[in-house]
Ligand binder design. Structure first.
Ligand code: AP5
Length: 207
């Protein structure tokens, strides 16, 4: 199955994509993770993307579309995948139609105030991609999965989070309507606990 996870920053797309991908044995394709890796390695794409990401703006469509095209052509994508954070604009969604057939779009719906709380407390592992919240870390500063030091993402600082939410509402939210009209959209209440959300998504995907 080829699946899209849609939702604002902090909605839990990455958290759920990791779990669902493990359950279905398909790859998670997170454009945010790909860009952060490119920034860490200082590749030309990473250097180009950095100023946009740090400002909470979207990276230009042509850069992202090329990244996704290349990734979806790899062997492990032939059995299905979850797109986590792509598409994010109508031109990206239109470009995707020329690359792939999508079976389901899962929208995680969460109110802005909850998102602000989640993102300001998020800590991430830049090595393996695991995500935590300070409220559940009990003072622990290392990744439980791989032992790497946890960090706060640059774009999780308060002012940038507000920019990201504004950008989401202006440029990405129109995709809800886009996929609704195609009969692909399923909405899940992303404010529930992680296990309930996981089960709801699995139920939808099992049809
Ligand atoms: P990206 O990395 O995709 O960031 P995002 O979409 O803003 O999403 P997040 O990673 O912030 O949130 P999430 O929904 O994955 O939530 P998470 O599971 O981590 O993109 C970063 C940047 O890259 C963009 O701003 C843009 O510049 C660029 N970019 C990426 N893709 C692009 C594209 N297609 N086009 C253009 N530019 C692009 O959860 C968040 C927190 O909440 C965690 O602490 C987690 O533990 C906690 N949490 C999760 N679920 C729950 C729950 N149910 N209850 C309580 N806490 C929860």
């Amino acid at each position: 199955m080829n699946i899209i996870f849609l939702g604002p920053p902090g909605a839990g797309k990455g958290t759920q994509a990791q779990r669902i991908c493990a359950a279905l044995n398909i790859p998670q394709i997170s454009t945010g993770d790909i860009l952060r890796r490119a920034m860490k390695e200082q590749t030309p794409t990473g250097l180009k993307a950095k100023s946009f990401i740090d400002a909470g703006q979207l990276v230009p469509d042509d850069v992202i579309i090329d990244i996704v095209k290349e990734r979806l052509a790899q062997d492990d994508c032939q059995k299905g995948y979850i797109l986590d954070g792509f598409p994010r604009t109508v031109p990206q969604a239109e470009a995707l139609e020329g690359i792939a057939t999508i079976d389901a779009v899962i929208e995680l719906d969460v109110a802005d105030q909850v998102l602000i709380d989640r993102l300001s407390g998020r800590r991430v592992c830049l090595k393996c991609g695991a995500t935590y919240h300070v409220n559940h870390l009990n003072g622990e500063t290392k990744c439980a999965a791989c032992g790497e030091e946890l960090v706060q993402r640059n774009d999780d600082k308060a002012e940038t989070v507000l920019n990201r939410l504004t950008v989401y509402h202006a440029q990405t939210a129109p995709l809800v309507d886009f996929y609704q009209k195609k009969g692909l959209l399923k909405v899940v209440d992303g404010a529930q606990d992680m296990e309930t959300i996981f089960q709801s998504i699995m139920d939808i995907l099992k049809g």
